[in-house]
Design a protein around this ligand. Structure first.
Ligand code: UGA
Length: 349
């Protein structure tokens, strides 16, 4: 099968491309701005990299030609980083919704199957446990086809990514309803693994939580808990996620016009617990005797991300659909997921 990964040079795309290329059963083309995360595939006979920016006219033309000539499109183009939702909301909206909608239109026009990456962020916020029972539909775990979406007001522009992805999902579904698109939508829940993000020692900016904490541990600087570190996430190891994605790709009949949560509900932790676990592991396995151990301190969301930040307090996926239809269950527990990811960043130093 010819598979096109748009945005395939990122964290998820690079792991998926490696697995698919190594199976030898497919021809893989990745389009992205950079191939830095695809180094392991250099020289593979069934792997091609195309450097292009779909936001430019020439990049869009390249993407169009590639879509025309593939069997299936996996679209990973996204800026999945809360710090960008707050600092560059218009760019986030343009890329997430406007540019990706063009790709949806092309997949429909050329009759190509589309596997579209969305986000766990579409579910928005939950309510404190004591109140959750009164708000039917927004209690965890989040169910793909039942749970309501609750987001904050417009002045909390953190939600621009969530809402852009939601509208994209609805447009894709509308194409499907008209019989003009064979699609599968996936909602990733906090995948972690090697290559997830840059470290703050390599680049300025604010990556996602794992990389913020890892950067702090490597330099002995403080690990910062946003608003006390109470928000909970379910961290999903990338290899488990790729297992599920391969099943979605290779069993199209079971996945047509379906939305799947991909996450590991057993790996739930709040940011404070995550910091403590990472610090403990680092101290136990990787810290040099002369290296200071990071302190853990708290910071306000506004100071850390800027005005317009609001948090998802809790995100737990219901994964019964993937278990039932695909026979998929995540296997890697949180300690193992953290250790494997930390080992990569320590080695890279
Ligand atoms: C992000 C994106 O918004 C999602 O779209 C994406 O799907 C998701 O990551 C993902 O990786 O799947 P979020 O979980 O809020 O969502 O982002 P993280 O940076 O991973 O933050 C997790 C929690 O840690 C948040 O409560 C954040 O405030 C906190 N945090 C972050 C800290 O306490 N300290 C830090 O240094 C960084």
């Amino acid at each position: 099968m010819k598979i096109l990964l748009l945005g395939g040079g990122g964290f998820i795309g690079s792991h998926l491309a490696e697995r698919l290329a190594r199976s030898g059963a497919h021809e893989i083309t990745c389009l992205d701005l950079s191939d830095a995360k695809l180094a392991a595939l250099a020289g593979s006979e069934n792997f091609f990299f195309v450097r292009a920016n779909v936001c430019t006219p020439s990049g869009a033309a390249t993407a169009q030609e590639l879509i025309q000539n593939t069997d299936v499109v996996i679209n990973l183009i996204a800026p999945p980083n809360p710090s960008l939702y707050v600092s560059k909301p218009l760019e986030v909206f343009r890329l997430t919704l406007l540019e990706n909608f063009k790709i949806v239109e092309l997949c429909s026009a050329y009759g190509k199957r589309l596997i579209q990456f969305s986000t766990s962020e579409v579910y928005g916020k939950t309510f404190p446990e004591a109140e959750a029972a009164r708000f039917v539909g927004v209690a965890v775990p989040f169910k793909e086809d039942e749970t309501d979406f609750i987001v904050g007001p417009v002045n909390k522009h953190r939600w621009i990514y969530s809402v852009s992805k939601q509208v994209l999902e609805r447009a894709i579904d509308a194409y499907g309803l008209e019989g003009r698109l064979n699609y599968t939508i996936v909602r990733p829940f906090n995948f972690i693994g090697p290559r997830i993000d840059y470290l703050t020692t390599e680049r300025t900016g604010t990556p996602r939580v794992f990389s913020c904490f890892m950067s702090a541990l490597l330099t002995g600087s403080p690990m910062k808990l946003v608003n006390g570190g109470l928000s909970r996430r379910c961290y999903t190891y990338i290899d488990d996620a790729v297992d599920c994605l391969v099943l979605i790709l290779t069993t199209p009949d079971k996945c047509s016009q379906q939305i799947f949560n991909i996450g590991n509900p057993a790996n739930e932790a709040d940011a404070s617990d995550l910091a403590l676990r990472m610090r403990h592991l680092y101290d136990l396995k990787y810290r040099r005797p002369d290296q200071p151990l990071s302190k853990i301190e708290t910071v306000s969301g506004e100071d850390f991300y800027g005005l317009g930040y609001e948090d998802c307090d809790r995100r737990v996926p219901d994964i019964l659909k993937a278990e039932r239809l695909l026979g998929w269950t995540p296997k890697v527990d949180l300690t193992d997921a953290l250790d494997r990811t930390m080992a990569y960043y320590v080695e890279k130093q």
